[in-house]
Design a protein around this ligand. Structure first.
Ligand SMILES: NC(=O)c1ccc[n+]([C@@H]2O[C@H](COP(=O)([O-])OP(=O)(O)OC[C@H]3O[C@@H](n4cnc5c(N)ncnc54)[C@H](OP(=O)(O)O)[C@@H]3O)[C@@H](O)[C@H]2O)c1
Length: 248
């Protein structure tokens, strides 16, 4: 059966760990070509090497998503190397939770730069190619925190609400170009994300919470594969999932 995944060229930001890495592994095993972006070049190259050794096609392009020119270079490199871009997975993100009265302004700026601007830069880079191709799929990563806000998570939630809003606007705008859009909102998944919290007490609480309830990252990879693998005339716009044991 045609999975609608094999042979596709998939650009993944935040591919050096967590959800992005798991998705690269899963899609590569299903026959996709993966182009990997993130800042940690050693991790990206090791992953690309492992996927190639397993018979896949993969390319590492060290990228900081807060720099629009670097994101453009990531996507340009994918198209120059493989001739097209079928999927843009805007996944890079961080979650430095803290109450607003701790005034972590550097954290707020980084979160907005990566979680919102990084997604916009990914869209800006991929869209012209997909419009010209008259095909493509842009997948953005929100969160359960993009559906509800909790104390300590205001800025992170704001960025993840923004990703949903951007995704819905994009969905409406790309109809004439046969481009699909999906926003995926995971609950707690076992990744390095709690490591982005800069306040030690909050980091410790979050690590304990994740240790208790988080599920493996391949849950997210399967959600990406589900959206990609639909027939071209089926546009899965939203997926929200949680660990079964996650209450809120
Ligand atoms: N894990 C969860 O429970 C969960 C739940 C809901 C949503 N999410 C979302 O899932 C996405 C992936 O996070 P994760 O859970 O997989 O966490 P993770 O393991 O910490 O991965 C985050 C990825 O983002 C990359 N990244 C961070 N800043 C970057 C930058 N400036 N430029 C390029 N890449 C950057 C990191 O790579 P480098 O450090 O190498 O750059 C890393 O590959 C995020 O958007 C997160 O908000 C996660």
């Amino acid at each position: 059966m045609d999975s609608n995944i094999a042979g596709k060229v998939v650009v993944i930001t935040g591919a050096s760990s967590g959800l992005g890495e798991a998705t690269a592994r899963h899609l590569s095993a299903l026959g996709a070509t993966v182009v990997l972006g993130a800042r940690r070049a050693d991790r990206l190259h090791a992953l690309a090497d492992a996927l190639i050794a397993a018979g896949g096609k993969a390319l590492a392009v060290p990228t900081d998503v807060t720099d629009a020119a670097q994101v453009q270079r990531l996507v340009d490199t994918a198209v120059q190397t493989y001739g097209r871009i079928d999927v843009m997975l805007n996944n890079a993100g961080l979650m430095p939770h803290s109450p607003l009265d701790r005034r972590k302004i550097d954290d707020w700026n980084r979160t907005i730069d990566v979680n919102i601007k990084g997604v916009l830069y990914g869209i800006a880079a991929a869209l012209p190619y997909m419009q010209a191709q008259q095909s493509g799929h842009i997948i953005n990563v929100s969160s359960v925190a993009g559906h509800k806000v909790r104390a300590g998570g205001a800025v992170y939630s704001a960025t993840k609400f923004a990703v949903r809003v951007i995704s819905e606007g994009l969905r409406q705008e790309v109809k004439p170009y046969n481009i699909r859009t999906t926003v995926i909102s995971p609950g707690a998944v076992d990744t390095e994300l709690p490591g982005s919290i800069t306040e030690p007490d909050i980091a410790q609480n979050m690590h304990e919470y994740y240790d208790r309830i988080a599920i493996p990252a391949d849950a997210f990879a399967r959600a990406v594969a589900f959206a990609m693998s639909q027939p071209d005339d089926v546009d899965v716009n939203e997926i929200l999932f949680r660990p079964t044991r996650q209450e809120s």
